[in-house]
Design a protein around this ligand. Sequence first.
Ligand code: SAM
Length: 292
Amino acid sequence: MSALAFAGHECRAGALVRVAAALAEAGIEEPQREARLLLCAALDLPLADLIAHGEVPLGGGALRLEKWLHRRLNREPLSRIRGHREFRGRLFETSPAVLDPRPETELLVDAGLARLKASGRPGPRILDLGTGSGAIIVSLLAECIEATGVAVDISAEALAIAGRNSVAHGVSGRLTLLSGDLLAPVTGVFDLIVSNPPYIPSGDLAALDAEVRDFDPVLALDGGADGLDFYRRIIKTAPSHLTPGGILALELGIHQAGPVSALARGAGFSDIVLHPDYSGIERHLTAQWKNR
Ligand SMILES: C[S@@+](CC[C@H](N)C(=O)[O-])C[C@H]1O[C@@H](n2cnc3c(N)ncnc32)[C@H](O)[C@@H]1O
């Protein structure tokens, strides 16, 4: 049998060893952990079952394991292979048209929700710019049941995915999806404007990890020459769509906290707070619009 072929009679434990070895040889980090996740996903098994019953044959899952291992060796992230990703405890459908939602973005939802709740506004209106899979706005609406939302993306394919995710999580009745360029299709004012915009400097795209560079859409990554194009545009136009005292909440790239804070201050935002991610990097900014 070829090193990367699997037969139905092969036991799970043996396959696990071979998958981990193939991943290690390809230079994929944490090959043991990745191998366990890959087997569980391909065989549709809980981890405890894989560990406790390693002697069980792969059965009909062998072919899927083989195909998925080849894709992972080609650097495709497991969440992309599966076509969904967990975000704040909910499963979100993904596709090649949307950014794979990141764990640190869960903290943007926390930061936005905390400031929204502190403001004590009843029935808040929330706008999400560059919604992608809809992970941010769907989570916000699911966790703030009085809120209504608008989500914008320039990609029609992304909006279709966001729409399906809003249905899956029971918030579609409170969400309007708009196709267009940032705030161009938006009317009205909001209590919270949230965005995780494209923020990678164009010149850095080629050097990204293959998992990101080859599988996240460039439309979701490219933030212009210095990575700040979208922040300039959002900070300039958001004030005319915020209620007095409304909140702006943005995800930031590395080393962008200083320049984006300066942009927000210069535009008249106050109470600017930088929120660290799990690695201690200043990853999110929240700020308040003038309370007239
Ligand atoms: C970094 S991704 C964020 C996706 C999602 N909000 C998340 O956090 O997982 C940025 C998103 O902005 C969208 N986008 C890019 N340019 C845009 C524009 N000019 N107007 C609206 N959306 C845009 C992309 O299609 C992509 O879905």
